[in-house]
Each structure stands twice: as C-alpha cells, then as structure tokens.
Design a protein. Sequence first.
Length: 350
Amino acid sequence: MKGFKKVLAMLLAVAMVAAMVMGCSSGGGDAEEEKTEENTEAPADDAEAPAEDEGSGEVLKGGGSNIIYVITPSVSNPAFKAEADTATAKAKELGYEVKAASHDDDPTKQTELFDSAIADKAAAIICDNAGADATVEAVKKARDAGIPTFLIDREINAEGVAISQIVANNYQGAKAIAEKFVEAMGEKGKYVELLGKESDTNAGVRSSAFHEVVDQYPDMEMVAQQTANWEKTEAYDKMEAMLQANPDIEGVMCGNDTMLEGVCAALQAAGKKLPVIGVDGSDEAAALIKSGDATGTALQQFAVIAETAVVQADKYLKEGSTGADEKQLIDCIAITSENVDKLAGFVYTE
C-alpha cells in the first residue's frame, strides 16, 4: 500500500510539472506573437516617411550618392537655361556633383531621367516639370526610392509627394503686367491673346489673371485667343494669321516672352508697333521693351527660384526638413521702360 501511494504521488507531481510547463509555453507564445506584431508595424511607419528624421541631427543622404539631378525643359529657352545654370552653380558651390538634363516637355523623357536619377542613387532632384499630372508618378517613384524632389517654376497636381514646390507668383505677376497693358491701350481697343501650353498650369493661371484685370474695362474687346504652346515660331505664325483676320488689332497679350518675341517679329514684318506684354523677364524681352517694340513683361525670378530650391535641398538632406511650406510663391516684378535697365539675366537689381 505504501508503494502504491509513492507511485501515485510521483504521478501527481509529474502531472503538475507538465501543466506548469505547458502554461509557461503558452504564455511565451502569446508574448512572441505580440513582439512579432510590434516588429511588423514599426517598419511600416518608417517606410511611409523614410526621410523624416527631424531633430535627430543625422545627415540624410537621399538615394545615397552625392549627385543632384537638375531636370528642366529645353535650355534653348533662356528662362530654363537660367534655371539650369543657377541650380548647377549653387549645387556645386555646396559640394555636390551635378547632372543636368532637359526633358524637352516630353513626359516620357522626363520619366527616363527620373529613372536615371534613381539608378544613380541621386541625393536629390531639382525639376521644372513636364506636366502637372504626368509628373506625379515620377516624383512618387523617386520618393519611394528615398530621393526627395524639389519642383521649380511649375507645380504638379498633387501635394505631399515633392518636398518643395517653389514657383513664381504667376497670378500676381500677370495681374501687374496686365495693368500696364491696359494703360498702354488707353483702357480701350481690340486685342488678341496667345496662350501657353494647355498642359501647363501656369498658362491657365496667367490668362485668368490677365482677364481679371482687362475684363473690368468694357471698351476693351478680345477678338481672338489662340494657343502658341510657348513657342516663338508658332507665335509668329499665329500672329500673322490673326493680323490677316483682324487688321484692326490694337494690342497683344502673350503668356510668355518667347511668344512675345514671335509676336513682335510678326508685327515688325507687318510694319506695326502695338502694345505687347509677356511674362518671364528675358533679356530678349528687355531688348524689345528698350526698343519700344514691347510694352512690358512680368519678371519671374528664375535664378532666385532655382537657387532657393538647391539651398532647401541641401538643408533637407542635412537636417530632414526645409523649414518651409511645401508650396512657396516668389513674387514677380513688372518690367517696363521705366525699370528695364535694372534687369539682366533674369536678375533684377535695385
């Protein structure tokens, strides 16, 4: 009997130990699951904002290289050349290697350039883009690769994708130069308008601002409005056709200075000198203002905008923040015969 009790006691002890082991094993499993869930959640947060490290003092390296890509429309346009040259010079001054290229307003080519920047593990991209909608995916792709994009001159139709969108205050500038146009027209007369590229948000903003001023004057009548896609030759051809259809035109509003050049050439060929305004602030427009062939232009401070973008890119890479809002406006300056001597190379000197 005593032997039986000893065996029973041993069996009970073994059962109790087994139960305790199973309980501990079960509790450990739950803890492991909690740890696994925590570990899977943390990287997700990091993935959403890989470049955000505000206040840590850590130097952020974008894609990992020391290369800044500068991507603009064709530098045959003096405004875009000023952007590219200024951004390149400032980036080199700050110690970066620079790769500058033009997308020629071709979204496909722009995407290829963004892909090249990603392959080069670029530190950052400075871009005057090839379309408000067409550019969004390229900027997102760069962001997902850890490469921040700083947009200049033209906005895109998305926020929170680029780090900065630094553009001229087209609305303010177009209104300012439209007021000079009204003065030159004597607040009356027939006029025509040449619009920029329809895919460019700036074209619509400038035209709307022009009309917000001009449409207040009932004796001013727009007799034709056509798109010349920012191009000089196309503007010349369109102006020539408009003159044939409306020989009594008394003034011309142009969405940019390149079209203003084409318009002035067409007017010269026709032996006419009329009030003509543009937007950009190019040296070519300045020369036409000095000669009396153009009334004025709204200077977009391309050099200031480009340099600002590079400075902000450098600050972001080093500190994790630009210290500024994503969307930033740089005011334009109305240029007429009264102050044109202060303008050179898209830089206005007081």
